[in-house]
Design a protein around this ligand. Structure first.
Ligand code: ARG
Length: 486
């Protein structure tokens, strides 16, 4: 349809190479709504007549109900929809739909509307998953476990503390999407191919009709930029990285060696040959899909970085990285949330793991610090005790007074008192004494759980409000279309 200056057509293979029609399925509905808002604006600014407007709007209404055939000789969804409108409304009316716009502002508009909806979906899925983590934390603030650094036992902790750490990571993901939404939710429509138009359009009016908060003002920027896409997919990549780390922990903790958790059968797979297997495939796929999303982000940035300003067809390829990134993020959140809700937590195994390690060491060192010893000296003393206990293959609490005396012969400290302290120290007392802000301590768990519950509420109100604003804008637009076409 566009090839007015040419005498020859594209052959089939070349058209297939050029065309984005198959990936444009995702933006087809947005393209129709965007075209309707644009048409109404043209009418309201006396650029087209009422009759032409009605014809175009009715044709677009019909297209909403049709299954837009992917197989066509159009280069993309914009050409396909315009050609179908012309077929239905006639050239006189339908041929006016593309007045004062270009595919360049149009495709950017469609992508923004799609990402806007995806962000709202992701935010509400994130809130669901955070809520699950916080409620699991509430049920597991007594599940004493080792905390690991380098995957070696580090300090005594509780499972709730671990779960809240991931709730906080997901809160940051949520906040990133939340802020990015403001930058995505601006309309590029009416920017034309790059430099604007001499026709008396009203960009604010189309932006309002489509529920945007404002404009991407500069027409060069509006048509040529995809930084908002890099920002969005980058955030999906960070979110997935957080989910991937969580998955990695749960893969390790569901081994028979750890058995801290057990996945419900609904979220486990087995082997085609070894009937005993209960494999954490869902969690492994979270790791695998994360790698995929990181690849999408690389593809987007590589696409943009060498592009001169203004639209270049390279940008068409970016879309193939957006849709699957959204799909992966949404499904990862839904599936992992459901998995969390059904998994079994083995508090006994978690506690038992502590008995085999020396996680109490720092607590003993801190006791010596409270007695006035420099931390470095306390570190050395406890290090020596751990070495002795480890050589004797026993826990610190089983060291006898003579063993302690022998181990620490060079130190002028009250070893009897130290012996008593080591004997009386256990995971519970360790957690009771851990009072620092944000620590594993019991009172901190309660405080953080309460605080995060309030935070969920606040974000939920904001997310619902935004989703509703878009919904209401489309309802109003639908009503406007009805009034004009009746
Ligand atoms: N199919 C194109 C894309 O997805 C639409 C814009 C084409 N614009 C152009 N000037 N060739 O990016």
């Amino acid at each position: 349809m566009y090839r007015s200056r040419f005498t020859e057509n594209l052959d089939e293979r070349t058209l297939d190479y050029l065309s984005s029609i198959s990936e444009d399925k995702e933006i087809a509905p947005y393209d129709i709504w965007g075209s309707q808002a644009h048409t109404i604006m043209l009418y309201e600014n006396k650029i087209i007549t009422k009759k032409e407007t009605t014809k175009i709007l009715s044709s677009l209404e019909e297209l909403k109900k049709e299954n837009l055939s992917i197989k066509s000789d159009s280069e993309d969804i914009h050409e396909l929809i315009e050609s179908l409108v012309i077929k239905k409304a006639g050239k006189q009316a339908g041929g006016k739909m593309h007045t004062a716009r270009s595919r360049n502002d149009q495709v950017s508009l469609d992508i923004r509307m799609k990402i806007r909806d995806d962000i709202n979906t992701i935010c509400s899925c994130l809130l669901e998953m955070i809520e699950t983590l916080v409620s699991l934390a509430e049920k597991n603030s007594d599940a004493i476990m080792p905390l690991y650094t380098h995957l070696q036992q580090a300090q005594v902790g509780v499972f709730s503390h671990y779960l809240l750490a991931y709730a906080d990571a997901l809160f940051r993901d949520l906040d990133r999407f939340y802020v990015t939404y403001g930058r995505v939710n601006e309309s590029p429509l009416g920017a034309g191919p790059i430099g604007g138009t001499s026709l008396p359009i009203d960009r604010q009016s189309t932006a309002r009709m489509l529920g945007f908060k404002g404009l991407v003002e500069n027409s060069i920027d509006a048509t040529g930029t995809r930084d908002f896409v890099a920002e969005y997919v980058g955030q999906v990549a960070i979110l997935m990285t957080n989910l991937s780390r969580l998955a990695e922990d749960f893969i390790i903790w569901s081994t028979s060696e750890f058995s801290f958790i057990e996945l419900s059968d609904k979220f486990a797979s087995t082997s085609s040959v070894m009937p005993q297997k209960k494999n954490p495939d869902i969690l492994e796929l979270t790791r695998g899909k994360t790698a995929q999303v990181i690849g999408y982000q690389m593809a987007i940035l590589s696409n943009i970085k060498g592009l001169p300003s203004g639209y270049g067809r390279d940008l068409q390829q970016i879309k193939t990285s957006i849709w699957p990134a959204s799909k992966i993020a949404i499904s990862a959140l839904l599936v992992n949330n459901a998995m969390l809700k059904t998994m079994k937590i083995n508090k006994h195994k978690m506690k038992k793991a502590l008995d085999s390690g020396y996680s109490i060491s720092l607590d003993i060192a801190e006791h010596l610090v409270k007695k006035g010893l420099p931390f470095r000296t306390a570190h050395k003393i406890v290090g020596q005790l751990v070495q002795t206990a480890s050589n004797l293959k026993k826990p610190l609490s089983s060291l006898s007074l003579p063993e302690i005396k022998k181990s620490l012969s060079g130190y002028k400290i009250d070893l009897k008192e130290l012996y008593r302290v080591i004997k009386s120290m256990n995971a519970h007392s360790s957690l009771e004494q851990r009072t620092s802000h944000g620590s594993s301590g019991k009172s901190e768990q309660q405080r953080m759980i309460l605080d995060r519950k309030k935070k969920i509420q606040a974000y939920r109100i904001g997310t619902v409000k935004r989703t509703n604003e878009v919904k209401v804008a489309f309802e109003n637009l639908a009503a406007k279309i009805k009034t004009i076409t009746k």
